[in-house]
Design a protein around this ligand. Structure first.
Ligand code: NDP
Length: 285
C-alpha cells in the first residue's frame, strides 16, 4: 500500500485563504496586520526568503515593510531599528532574517524584539510560554508541522511521536508542541544510541536532522506518519529531505514530500502569527 502524500502546498494555500478571509474582516474594523522584515547583508538564500515573505504580505493584504540593511550595519544600528519597530503601531510582527553577519550578536537582537511582536517565536519569553503552555506566538516551522499532521487527518493524542533533532528552532519546539497535543514524545539526536530501534516505534516520526535521506524505510513503522523537515541541497543542485522519500513511500501511512511538504508551511504560519499579533494588539479575540 502506498502512503497518503501530505500536500504541504495545498494545506498552506488553504490556511492562507483562511488568513486572508480574516484579514478582510479585520480591515472592515480599520485594522491592517503589519509585518516588518529586516535583512542585513546579501546572503542569496536570505534574499529569496525575504522576497517570499514580502510577496505573501501583499497577497494577503497586510501592511509590509522590508528593511534591507548593508552587511556592515552595526549591532547598535540594528538594535535602534528594532526599538523603533517595537514602538511603531502599524507594525504587529517583526522578523529579523537569520543568520546575521558575524559581528552582530544574534541573541541580543532576538531578545530586543517585543514579545508581542515576536512572530518568529524565538524570543526566550515566547519559548518559555510554549513550555509552560501559556498562550504565545509559536515558532513557524514547528507550528506548521503540527498543522500538517492535524490537517492530514491524524489524531495526535496518545500517539508515540519520535522527533529526530533537538535544535532550538525545530526539534525542541516540535517536541513541546507534540507533547501539548498529548502525544508521548521521544527526542533523538546525534548521540542517541539506538536510533533505528526508537524511530521504528513511532506512530508519528519527525525528521529534523539536516542530512539528506538519512532516514530510510528501516526506520519507519508500517503505517507511521512521516514528517520531513529537512531541506538539503544535493550535489546535482536538487533538494532532498532528511527522509528517503521513495524508499519510505510504501511503508508509511502518510508522508510529506520535499519540496512541497513542510517548506510551504513556514511562511504561511508567519502570516498567521502576524494576524494573531494584530488581533491581540487591538483587543480582538
Ligand atoms: P541543526 O543542525 O541545528 O540540528 C540538527 C539536529 O539533528 C541536531 O539536534 C543534531 O543532534 C541532530 N542530528 C544530526 N545528525 C544526526 C544523526 N546522524 N542522527 C540523529 N540526529 C542527528 O538543524 P535545524 O534543526 O536547524 O534544521 C534541521 C533541518 O531542517 C535542516 O535540513 C534544515 O535545513 C531544515 N529546516 C527546514 C525549515 C523549513 O522551513 N522547512 C526551517 C528550518 C530548518 P545534536 O544536537 O546532538 O548535534
Amino acid at each position: 500500500m502506498t502512503a497518503q502524500i501530505i500536500n504541504g502546498k495545498a494545506i498552506s494555500d488553504m490556511i492562507r485563504e483562511e488568513v486572508k478571509a480574516e484579514t478582510d474582516k479585520l480591515r472592515q474594523q480599520g485594522v491592517v496586520p503589519g509585518l516588518a522584515v529586516v535583512l542585513v547583508g546579501e546572503d542569496p538564500a536570505s534574499k529569496v526568503y525575504v522576497g517570499s515573505k514580502e510577496k505573501a504580505c501583499i497577497q494577503l493584504g497586510f501592511y509590509s515593510e522590508v528593511h534591507r540593511l548593508s552587511a556592515d550595519t552595526s549591532e547598535e544600528e540594528l538594535l535602534a531599528l528594532i526599538h523603533k519597530l517595537n514602538e511603531q503601531s502599524t507594525i504587529n510582527g517583526i522578523l529579523v532574517q537569520l543568520p546575521l553577519p558575524k559581528h552582530i550578536n544574534e541573541k541580543a537582537v532576538i531578545d530586543a524584539i517585543s514579545v508581542d511582536k515576536d512572530v518568529d517565536g524565538f524570543h526566550p519569553e515566547s519559548v518559555g510560554n510554549l513550555v509552560i503552555g501559556d498562550d504565545s506566538l509559536l515558532p513557524c516551522t514547528p507550528a506548521g508541522v503540527i498543522e500538517l499532521i492535524k490537517r492530514a487527518g491524524t489524531d495526535i493524542a496518545g500517539k508515540h511521536a519520535v522527533v529526530i533533532g533537538r535544535s532550538n528552532i525545530v526539534g525542541k519546539p516540535v517536541a513541546m508542541l507534540l507533547l501539548r497535543e498529548n502525544a508521548t514524545v521521544t527526542i533523538c539526536h546525534s548521540r542517541t544510541a539506538n536510533l533505528k530501534e526508537i524511530a521504528s516505534q513511532a506512530d508519528i516520526l519527525v525528521a529534523a536532522i539536516g542530512r539528506a535521506k538519512a532516514i530510510d524505510s528501516s526506520y519507519v513503522k508500517p503505517g507511521a506518519v512521516v514528517i520531513d523537515v529537512g531541506i538539503n541541497r544535493l550535489p546535482d543542485g536538487k533538494l532532498a529531505g532528511d527522509v528517503d522519500y521513495e524508499d519510505c513511500l510504501e511503508v508509511s501511512g502518510a508522508i510529506t514530500p520535499v519540496p512541497g511538504g513542510v517548506g510551504p508551511m513556514t511562511i504561511t504560519m508567519l502570516m498567521s502569527n502576524t494576524l494573531k499579533a494584530a488581533k491581540k494588539a487591538h483587543g480582538i479575540g
